[in-house]
Design a protein. Structure first.
Length: 277
């Protein structure tokens, strides 16, 4: 039976991580992908101060300390406490303290810390993640491959402003003037396949980025709740194509309380899957 969905419940797989330091042994190994997957680049950049200090500033601060990698890895996982680690002394009093990131694997935190200390702000650029199309696959009647030109043929959806709030509750700013397509319109075009009336209750929609970041929505959330009217696959901001740091096609669940975890940059796949029999 071919079902045209109407709403959905969601499960977020988003995470947030912040910066790290690194030992000379890891200097030759690029951990940019690991930093991206763990959300570090939402708050940090190689040489520029964003919400948090740059990786170069972090490297400069930690590198000369005894046990630098262990210390920084500990701050990645546990946070730096409400008073931070003294960025005010470097003229950065406005930077927030780093929140705990207990979902970061300690082994990965150590790898990130070593890389940051050794790389001294050298981070691979986002252009390598940019994709030009998204694939709609899984339990659908009509698998699709959609470019921006294809998405423009759908009824357009516009959203004026989306505050970006990370999993920890930190405010990461906002994205504005988005133009795109409702996720449910894309899935209706593909057609979700079910064998029984209750199958939709067991369906999830998995959105994947080219850096392997994944988020999950339930069928109920997308097709049977008001949230479905604000889950948008977008290709324009402020009337312009998306830049490399977001990819040509991205996604956001604009009405989530914490929107950051389901703001998917470099979107390249949407899969419909049944999770239980």
């Amino acid at each position: 039976m071919l079902l045209k969905p109407k709403s959905a419940w969601a499960l977020s797989l988003g995470t947030l991580l912040v910066a790290v330091s690194l030992g000379a042994s890891a200097a030759s190994e690029d951990r940019s992908d690991l930093a991206q997957r763990n959300g570090c680049l939402a708050c940090h950049a190689g040489l520029e101060t964003k919400i948090g200090p740059s990786f170069k500033d972090i490297s400069d601060k930690y590198a000369s300390q005894k046990g630098a990698a262990e210390l920084l890895a500990g701050h990645i996982v546990a946070g730096t406490g409400e008073h931070g680690v003294g960025w005010a002394k470097a003229g950065k009093a406005t930077l927030p303290a780093m929140p705990p990131n207990g979902n970061v694997n300690p082994n990965n935190a150590r790898k990130l810390a070593e890389w940051i200390i050794a790389a001294k702000g050298v981070v691979s650029g986002p252009e390598r993640y940019v994709t030009e199309k998204i694939r709609i696959s899984g339990l659908v009647e009509h698998p699709l491959e959609l470019s921006v030109a294809d998405l423009r043929k759908f009824p357009p959806q516009r959203i004026g402003e989306v505050p970006v709030v990370c999993q920890s509750g930190a405010n990461l700013g906002k994205i504005e003037n988005l133009k795109g397509v409702l996720l449910k319109d894309i899935l209706e075009e593909a057609g979700i396949v079910t064998k029984g009336h209750n199958d939709v209750k067991k369906m999830v929609i998995i959105a994947t980025a080219s850096d392997d970041y994944k988020v999950v929505f339930s069928w109920t959330e997308v097709f049977n709740s008001p949230l479905g009217e604000s889950v948008i696959v977008f290709y324009e901001r402020d009337g312009l194509p998306l830049k490399d740091d977001e990819g040509r096609i991205a996604m956001v669940s604009a009405k989530d309380t914490r929107t950051g975890p389901r703001h998917v940059k470099w979107l390249n796949g949407i899969e419909v899957r049944k999770i239980v029999d």
